[in-house]
Each structure stands twice: as C-alpha cells, then as structure tokens.
Write a protein that binds this ligand. Structure first.
Ligand code: PEP
Ligand code: MN
Length: 338
C-alpha cells in the first residue's frame, strides 16, 4: 500500500503520521520525490483503516499495490533510483549509459591488465572479470578463484577502474570486500539464500535475469536484496530462452522490450548485456546500439585481446578495437537521442 502526501504537508505532520503507521506494526519506506512524497507501507496493511488514512488532511491518495514486488516497485518510489558506486564517480541510472567491459573470465594478471587499460581508454567506467565461473561443463575452465580476485583488485589499484565480479556462493562474501559491484549471474538469480546475504551488504549488486525467468520473477529476486536493506541494485537483461526463430543464429533472444517494461515497473536502473544475449561477436555492436537507443542505463560487453584463444566465451568477445568503435557509436546514439 502507498500513501501519497499532499505537497503542503509539513515535516512534523509527516513524522506524526509515520510514527502512527509504525505503531500499527508497519514498515514505512519514505520516498521524497520531485513532485510528491510517497510513503510505502509494508507488512499487514489489512490492519489499516484505508478510509481513515485517506481522510487525513495531509494525505492526497492511498493506493493498494497489487504486484507482489513492493520496495522495487515504481509506485513505491516514483523517481529513478541512481546507484552510486562508492569511492568513484560512477553513477548508474542518472540518464547516462555506463559502459562495463572486460573478459568473461580472468585468465592471468597480464591478460586482465592489458584489457583493462584498453577498455578504460575506450570509455569503459567499470571493469568486469570473473574469478568464479559457473560453467555448463564440469570439465570447462572454472576460473582462478581467490587468485582471480587478487588479480582483479591489483588491476583496480593500478588502473583506477572500479571492478565488478560474479559471486557464486555466500561463503565467498568476505572476498568481495573491495570489489565495487557484486554480480549475480543468470544461473544464480533465484539463489534466495545468496540474495538475502547480499541484502545485508551496503554495496551495489548487479542482478542478471535468468535465462528462463519472467520480469516479475526478476523483480521478486531484487525485492529479496532490497528487503534486507541494500537498495543499490542494478538489473541486467542478458537474453532469454524462448522459441528459437533464429535457428540457432544467436545464443539467446535479447528481450529488448524488457528495458522499457522494467523502467515502467521499477525505479531501479536497467542495463543490457548484448554479449551473452547473442553469443556472437558480430551481433554485439548492433544490439548494444539498440539497447542504448531504447534507454538502457548501461551496457555490459565482453572484451578479449585474443578471442580465438579465450578460455571462456571467445565467440562473443569483441577485440579492444571493436569495443572502442562500438563505444563511440553508443555515445553518438545517446547524444542524438538523449
Ligand atoms: C557473466 O556475465 O559473466 C555471465 C556468466 O553471464 P550470464 O549469467 O548472463 O550467463
Ligand atoms: Mn561470459
């Protein structure tokens, strides 16, 4: 349930109402927007006399939120949430299109350092590289583990780029203390114990949509993180499995309409990963441009110096030169449209 307050409500009146609502056992979430202050009420709202609440002089309207996701709901927080990546000037959801780039997996210090310098030069503001890799095959390279995180942090210190890396296990959380954005990949989107733990942190989490999950399920997973008190969540569309009318031309189907759909449903920023969505390097730039044009708050793109010999996802990796050309086109699209 939400209560929209009148513009002339004073802070005293508002606080008085909030303490009364809390006495009724409700959790009250305040969103002070440009036009309205919205009180989001979570808990057993059945106890509330809606007519009484509606009749108060400072209340403009009371609405029931019928969707199961509450705190991530746009109705709860009408303005966009802007996610500040701590200790750097990266903001996601502020109207810009943030570029996150790097290899699928960290292979060595030299590999990551070389790619990091090149993607930074090309305009990426966050470096991605995984140390723990859930692979379809148990025989495929599983990542360097802890050593990979050490390499990532060393490259962060040397290049000044904030870093993002995937987490697969709640036992690993301590390893991510200096990782700037924790990534939850599509395979882990419904690992609710992991999401609950991430909810206790005060650190940005990038939550990828599962390959077979609906937008509502994605938002319910985000709700788990936000319910724990961590409000720094970035959503990521990375392609879904659906009827394959492309006859296998692309690895997945990029559900580009999820960007405007999610922007209506939630206040959280939405980025697009055209690399996993297509699985084919030649399709990455066109899909990146489509995502930039439809208002994505960022792009996550895989880049490798030597895609042919990459230990993971080489077929979809752009070379640094290709990434640089794509990044330039993304900037041109954004400057024309936004
Ligand atoms: C990744 O981004 O490194 C990854 C594994 O992607 P996804 O979860 O989208 O498959
Ligand atoms: Mn990958």
């Amino acid at each position: 349930m939400i209560a929209v307050l009148k513009q002339d409500a004073t802070i005293d009146q508002r606080e008085h109402l909030i303490s009364w609502l809390k006495e009724q056992g409700l959790d009250v979430h305040i969103s002070v927007g440009r036009e309205h202050t919205v009180l989001g009420l979570v808990g057993d709202t059945g106890k509330i006399d809606v007519e009484l609440l509606q009749s108060l002089s400072i209340v403009e309207s009371v609405k029931i939120i019928s969707e199961p996701f509450k705190k991530v709901n746009r109705k709860f927080h009408p303005d966009n949430s802007v996610i500040d990546v701590p200790d750097c000037d990266v903001r996601i959801g502020d109207g810009s299109c943030v570029l996150i780039a790097g290899p699928a997996v960290i292979e060595s210090r030299e590999q990551l350092m070389s790619i990091a310098r090149k993607v930074k030069e090309a305009g990426a503001s966050v470096l991605h590289g995984d140390a723990f890799k859930p692979r379809t095959s148990p025989y495929a390279f599983q990542g360097l583990g802890r050593e990979g995180i050490d390499i990532l942090l060393e490259v962060k210190r040397e290049t000044g780029l904030p870093v993002m890396s995937e987490i697969v296990n709640t036992n690993h959380i301590a390893l991510y203390e200096d990782v700037d954005i924790i990534q939850v990949s599509s395979r882990s989107m419904q690992n609710y114990e992991l999401l609950k733990e991430l909810g206790t942190l005060r650190k940005p989490v990038l939550l990828k949509r599962g390959a077979a999950n609906t937008l509502k399920e994605l938002l319910m997973s985000a709700e788990y993180i936000m319910d724990g008190g961590n409000e720094s969540i970035i959503l990521c569309e990375r392609g879904i499995r659906t009827w394959d009318f492309s006859d296998g031309a692309a690895r997945n189907t990029l559900d580009i309409s999820s960007v405007p759909a999610l922007h209506e449903m939630t206040h959280l920023p939405v980025i697009v990963d055209p690399s996993h969505a297509t699985g084919v390097a030649s399709m990455v730039e066109p899909m990146a441009l489509a995502a930039a044009a439809c208002g994505a708050d960022g792009l996550m793109i895989e880049v490798h110096d030597d895609p042919l010999h990459a230990l993971c996802d080489g077929a979809q990796a752009l070379t640094p030169e290709q990434f640089s050309a794509a990044a330039e086109k993304v900037r041109r699209v954004r400057s024309v449209l936004f």
